[in-house]
Write a protein that binds this ligand. Structure first.
Ligand SMILES: *Cc1c(COP(=O)(O)O)cnc(C)c1O
Length: 379
């Protein structure tokens, strides 16, 4: 099935009791049983909810996987994955990733005896060299947040498979419209559904998608035992968001392309980070594993003073100054003080995330208005 059809129909079945075309919001905590242990497959809503079930079926289908699981946030989905591990286990992950993932790994899981190695995942040989008999999992983000680095999912998955190590890809930036890591050999895909899947900046949610039944059962057990499940209203919103994912992504990509090129020729703009440029260091990998290059762009001003960046950040009118991304409206963000403030400054600078880096989530407004807004703010 082609993406446009898939995103609209995934998980959608007429409601059995009324024929409602949209899966209803089953706002209930429990289900009445006919006799002890005799029920319709639903006992208690932390374990099962029909709205969540429909969404989880959609999650599986849109990532070309067999199983989907929904969580109360992207971070809760990541938390569930790391809970598959035991003290002494080791994880290899990128040195340029979402600040909240870094915080979860360093501040929560390290104290339970799980070790994380932060490496440059753009070079599969670096990953291979870091693997040992304690390595259980490789955590990838591609494109990375906020430097838009690209990791070759196929190459890393091949290295991991040979050693019996799981590969998990945070596919939030690309969305399933642009990239399907399970098809490239990854074991689990994670999404912050808060971003492109929801698409309207009105819900916090996370997702996991995978093919292995045993791994799915372990993650379902963690989901119901730890309880980080989304409410039915949030599931309904994400299900509705997915129906327009392809149309939104097409426009995010078009607008992103136009703005990346416009920024690059601007005399006051320094480096522009966007994987669609032919001279991006991993452009050929991006081109091979992604259908297009998305609406996320980072850049620096030529004026390296923090004041110039701060002035720009507070001068845009359409680009709203806010954390998050992937909604229909354009956002501007300062990673050093906002999304990535939880990473120590020395660590950030070492990995190329400067104090003056600015990140854009290009929305689906008219691109001429967006460029006018940036032009006026850059001055
Ligand atoms: C936002 C985000 C997360 C965390 O998701 P929440 O829904 O905010 O918990 C994880 N990874 C990436 C790449 C993100 O952008």
């Amino acid at each position: 099935m082609k993406p446009a059809t898939l995103f609209i129909h995934a998980g959608a079945h007429p409601d059995p009791s009324t024929g409602a075309i949209m899966t209803p919001i089953y706002q209930t905590s429990t289900y009445v049983q006919e006799a002890p242990g005799v029920n319709k497959g639903f006992e208690y809503a932390r374990s099962q909810n029909p709205t969540r079930q429909a969404l989880e079926e959609a999650f599986a289908l849109i990532e070309k996987g067999k199983y989907g699981l929904a969580f109360s946030s992207g971070v809760a989905a990541t938390d569930a994955v790391i809970k598959l591990l035991s003290p002494g286990d080791e994880v290899i992950c990128g040195n340029d990733m979402y600040g909240g993932t870094y915080r979860l790994f360093t501040k929560i899981f390290e104290k339970f005896g799980i070790r994380f190695h932060y490496v440059n995942t753009q070079d599969p040989a670096t990953i291979a060299a870091q693997c040992n008999e304690k390595t259980k999992l490789i955590w990838l983000e591609t494109p990375t947040n906020p430097l838009m680095n690209i990791t070759d999912i196929t190459a890393v998955s091949a290295i991991a498979k040979a050693k019996g190590i799981w590969v998990v890809v945070d596919n939030t930036f690309a969305s399933p419209y642009l990239q399907n890591p399970l098809e490239l050999g990854a074991d689990i895909v994670m999404h912050s559904a808060t971003k492109y899947l929801g698409g309207h900046s009105d819900v916090i949610q996370g997702a996991l998608m995978l093919n292995d039944k045993d791994l799915r059962d372990q993650l379902y057990f963690i989901q119901k035992s730890c309880g980080a499940v989304p409410g039915p209203m949030d599931c309904f919103l994400v299900m509705r968001g997915i129906k327009t994912l392809h149309v939104r992504m097409q426009r995010h990509c078009e607008n992103g392309r136009a703005i990346a090129h416009w920024l690059r020729q601007h005399p006051k703009v320094g480096k522009v980070y966007w994987p669609g440029f032919e001279d991006h260091p991993n452009h050929s990998v991006a081109k091979a594993q992604m259908r297009d290059f998305g609406g996320m762009i980072s850049f620096e001003l030529k004026d390296e003073g923090i004041e110039a960046a701060m002035k720009l950040l507070s001068s845009t009118r359409l680009f709203a100054l806010a954390e998050s991304l992937g909604g229909v409206e354009s956002l501007i963000n300062h990673p050093a003080t906002m999304t990535h403030a939880s990473i120590p400054r020395a660590e950030r600078i070492k990995n190329g995330l400067s104090d003056t880096l600015i990140r854009l989530s290009v929305g689906i407004e008219d691109v001429d208005d967006l460029i006018d807004d940036l032009a006026a703010a850059i001055g």
